[in-house]
Design a protein around this ligand. Structure first.
Ligand code: IPD
Ligand code: CA
Ligand code: CA
Length: 269
């Protein structure tokens, strides 16, 4: 993609995501139709579908040759990431959207031949737009995000983690995870993977760990994190495959080795 095409695309996506956010804000107090998907805690509303349809229609109209990988059924099916692929979560944090009417985000990552070029995470109710164009830095609204402080230790870190992983479970040894919780300065759980990526990029937390995320949960966050020198791998430290469900560790690089070797590899079942 040449420079002009990339910048035009970036500006269009920026305008569209702000437009979609305004639609959600205008209808935030309307009655919701709530359904469940894979289990009773996996919620979806007509707003999730409406926002995804909004982007799917724009992509078809302006970029018919591009592919869409998305959560709610308007995407394409494909086996590899060649060409330009949009990876969209129309509402990340649907449970927060339903219960709190805040703390959810629209997440859009655009990849070219597997390389993340453009990332947007829009905290709709706070009107905060996190963005990155590969090689041009990451921004929160118009403010450029600083590279992450390279002198952090585990003991000075705040990490984001779902409390579920501290209970007995099939994926990780909860006792190792409990030790991690004791060793860090603090923990947070926000209920939106995309926002947790954004907060790591902003430096207000130092890591986000999840044992199972879908491509649309992480596509934009990875791109934004990279622009502030942050790192994203699975919990074993391997590169993530953008077409598969995966565990995730995204963090300040200065605590990555310690998190993986002292805790996550030992915790893995
Ligand atoms: C979910 C949120 C949540 C994370 C789940 C995701 P959704 O996305 O990001 O924080 O723990 O694994 O599925 O369903 O609200 O788009
Ligand atoms: Ca999601
Ligand atoms: Ca979603």
């Amino acid at each position: 993609m040449d420079v002009i095409t990339r910048e035009t695309l970036f500006n269009r996506v920026r305008a569209w995501i702000l437009e979609a956010g305004a639609i959600i804000r205008n209808q935030i107090n309307d009655p919701l139709e709530i359904n469940t998907k894979s289990n009773p805690k996996d919620l979806v509303t007509e707003m999730d579908r409406k926002v995804e349809f909004f982007f799917a229609s724009k992509i078809k109209q302006y970029y018919p040759e591009h592919l869409l990988l998305s959560e709610e059924g308007y995407g394409d099916t494909f086996e590899n990431v060649s060409g330009t692929v949009w990876i969209i979560d129309p509402i990340d944090g649907t449970m927060n959207f339903v219960h709190q009417k805040q703390n959810f985000a629209i997440s859009i990552g655009i990849y070219e031949h597997g390389i993340g070029e453009i990332g947007f995470i829009y905290d709709v109710m706070n009107n905060n737009l996190y963005s990155a164009l590969r090689g041009n830095g990451a921004f929160k609204n118009t403010k450029r995000l600083a590279p992450l402080n390279k002198n952090k230790t585990i003991h000075e870190s705040i990490i984001c983690l779902n409390h579920y992983w501290l209970t007995k479970n099939r994926i990780v040894d909860e006792t190792v995870m409990q030790q991690l919780i004791k060793d860090v300065r603090g923990t947070r759980t926000y209920g939106s993977a995309a926002l947790e990526f954004a907060y790591v990029a902003e430096g207000v937390v130092d890591a986000y760990i999840s044992m199972g995320l879908e491509p649309w949960d992480i596509a934009a966050g990875r791109i934004i994190i990279e622009e502030v020198d942050g790192v994203t791998t699975n919990i074993s430290g391997d590169k993530v495959n953008m077409l598969e469900r995966t565990s995730i560790l995204t963090c300040n690089p200065s605590i990555q080795k310690d998190l993986i070797h002292t805790y996550l590899l030992k915790a893995k079942k």
